[in-house]
Design a protein around this ligand. Sequence first.
Ligand code: MN
Ligand code: MN
Length: 321
Amino acid sequence: MAEKPTSFKPVSGNVMPRFSGISTFMRLPHVSDTDGVDIGLIGVPWDGGTTNRAGARHGPRQIRDLSTMVRNVHHQSRIKPFELCNCADLGDVPVNPIDLHDTLARVEAYYRRVHEAGVVPLSAGGDHLITLPIMRAIAKDRPVGMVHFDAHTDTWDRYFGDSIYTHGTPFRRAVEEGLLDPKRTVQIGIRGALYGEGDNDWGEQQGIRVITIDEFYQMGVEAAIAEARRVVGDGPTYVSFDVDGLDPVYAPGTGTPEIGGFTTFEAQTMLRGLQGLDLVGGDVVEVAPPFDPSGNTAMVGATMMFEILCILCDTIAARRG
Ligand code: MN
Ligand code: MN
């Protein structure tokens, strides 16, 4: 059990060099007690929903390591997340690597405790199926909207006959379960060959706004931000960032890479453009270190977590008034 921290500030790189010490998300204190925590950074080291190239189970540990690169002040928005909110590393969810259903239950139970303690979760996956049990915990009282960055819609129905829980199906299940409001959901960066022509139709029929990568480049970043804000509106909104939405030149360490994606800078700009929304949580998923020995994908994932953290802190500080 970690000791109660004396503050929720990251360890300064001027006190302990950034290459030293035990890795936690953004050098924050590791706590198991959520008392006083506004935002909990949580790892979900699990890839049992992966249909092809597994490896995202190793994401949280390497993201923690590379997140030691993060500093305290956002250079563009000037948001100081660690001054606005108490942030802490809540550790990893104790998943079961050989049992999908047990893991879904464990993740949901973990996030239910976090949610009931009033802590807003920012998670590192893990494959994209982890977002379903997170939503089961935080959206059980009312559906949430979502800004979803991804090459894939993840609204497919099933794989291998009756497997309805995979990293390609979380948002189909979330809509069916009333956790995700499809009319307040926008997906950005969608591309890649399909199994069948109508594979992505279901989501649009439910009212999800799908912005393919082709449309994204026609409309431009600012218009994509405006469209995302229009779709999610004023209601509670979750941000889910699958690193395969990025072009694989920026994030090769992922299970289902698709060429022709957006850049890291475009992604950062879009995330910054979500400032002021009623944000209720976020995640960065599908970082699979075995496919990127350089570690760059984990550094990208850690930096996207920092972008999301900044806008989350801004929302929470504004809510507090
Ligand atoms: Mn995904
Ligand atoms: Mn994807």
